[in-house]
Every structure is written in C-alpha cells, then in structure tokens.
Design a binder for this molecule. Structure first.
Ligand code: GSH
Length: 203
C-alpha cells in the first residue's frame, strides 16, 4: 500500500491525496512535517512534503508523484489519451506551479500575519497577473481546465490557487481568479468535488 508522507495543511500534500482518492487507491497517511533531518532527507531529497513510499522506493515532487500514480493506476485517468493533450496537461500544471504557486508563496507570510517586504509586494504585483494571463491562454474550462474530463491540471490548479489567491488578496489586494475568465466557477466546482471537499475537511 502507498504511504503518503506530509501534512493536510500543505497544498502540495493535498494534490497527491486528491489524486489517490480520485483513483480509489488505498493509502496510509503518515503525518510528517517538512524536515532537514537525515532520515527524512533520505525519503524526500529537499526535505519537503509530500513524498510517497511505493513498493519500489520513495518519491518526491508532486507532479512526478501524480505521473507515477497515473502509470501504476491508469483508471480512472487523470490524463487525456492523446499525447499532445497529455503534454498540455503537463504544460499547464508546470505553468501554474512556476508562475502562480511559487510566486505567491513568497507572500505566504502574510497569511500568518507576518510583514511582507516591499520588494516581494512589487514582485507579486508584477508577476502574478502575468502568470494569470498565461493560465487564461492555456485553459478552456469546459468545465475542467482541459475540457470535459478532469485531469491532474485541475488538482494542481485548485490547490495552487487556493493559497495563492489568499496571499494575493492579502498582499496586493488582487483576486487572481477574477483575472482568468471561467476560473471562479471552475474553482467552486472543484471545491465541491467529494475528493477535494474531503481533503479540505481533513485540514
Ligand atoms: N515542488 C514540491 C514543493 C513541495 C513544497 O514546497 N512543500 C512545502 C509544504 S506545502 C514544504 O515542504 N515546505 C518546506 C520547505 O520548503 O522546506 C512538490 O511539488 O512537491
């Protein structure tokens, strides 16, 4: 059985947890904080959460884990069958991680009441609208990001935007979802999905 290491407050942890739930795979949650201890670094090389333990060893990096789950449990699928459409899912997930999640993450201190440096405020104000414009160019919301089937881009997208938007509202007073046509309704739909609702309730 797959073991999922991490904590329910982590948006990345929830990406993997929701994929496991969607696929109906049995898994055990092992509550673990991020850690630089040698024991945990042997499992997750940057000491980050999540990582998973598989029959073949440990695996970190959420998108790599999602790809692994897709390979070992292809049904129900979180990727389209067409090679180009599959690559598009990967493109969108990466664009969201690099240009929304990781940019907004620099302002996450605001969510814990910490001051955010002026340079970070300026970076978020410049880069987040640019990232949202890229996401808008890539998404269809029909009703899912890539059309009528849910893919892992929806999972990465939902758990990236949930925190990024809180940080954007707190730091630059911008609603990121409002910058992407169709995104507010998609976000509501994803939030109501049983797997996502369970991960949020478990927090
Ligand atoms: N690229 C990683 C990011 C994971 C990540 O940043 N996790 C956060 C928790 S949400 C963490 O472990 N932070 C601790 C740290 O950066 O040392 C992934 O895709 O899994």
């Amino acid at each position: 059985m797959i073991k999922l290491y991490g904590a329910p407050l982590s948006n990345y942890y929830n990406m993997v947890k929701v994929a496991l739930l969607e696929k109906g795979l049995s898994f055990e949650e092992v509550l673990t904080p991020p850690s630089q201890d040698a024991g945990y670094l042997a499992k997750s090389p940057m000491g980050k959460i999540p990582c998973i333990e598989t029959p073949d060893g440990f695996l970190a990096e959420s998108i790599a884990i999602l790809e692994y789950l897709e390979a070992v449990a292809p049904s129900p699928s979180l990727l389209p069958s067409n090679a180009f459409e599959q690559a598009k899912v990967r493109e969108i997930a990466q664009v969201i991680e690099l240009n929304i999640e990781l940019v907004a993450r620099r302002g996450f201190g605001a969510l814990r009441g910490k001051p955010v440096a002026e340079s970070v405020v300026a970076d978020l104000a410049r880069d987040l609208p640019k990232g949202c414009a890229a996401v808008a160019r890539l998404t269809q919301f029909g009703p899912f990001i890539q059309g009528d089937e849910m893919t892992y881009a929806d999972i990465v997208g939902f758990f990236s935007f949930i925190l990024a938007n809180r940080a954007a509202k707190a730091v630059i007073e911008v609603d990121l979802l409002a910058l992407i046509p169709g995104a507010p309704a998609w976000f509501e739909m994803m939030q109501a999905r049983p797997s996502v609702a369970r991960a949020l309730a478990d927090q």
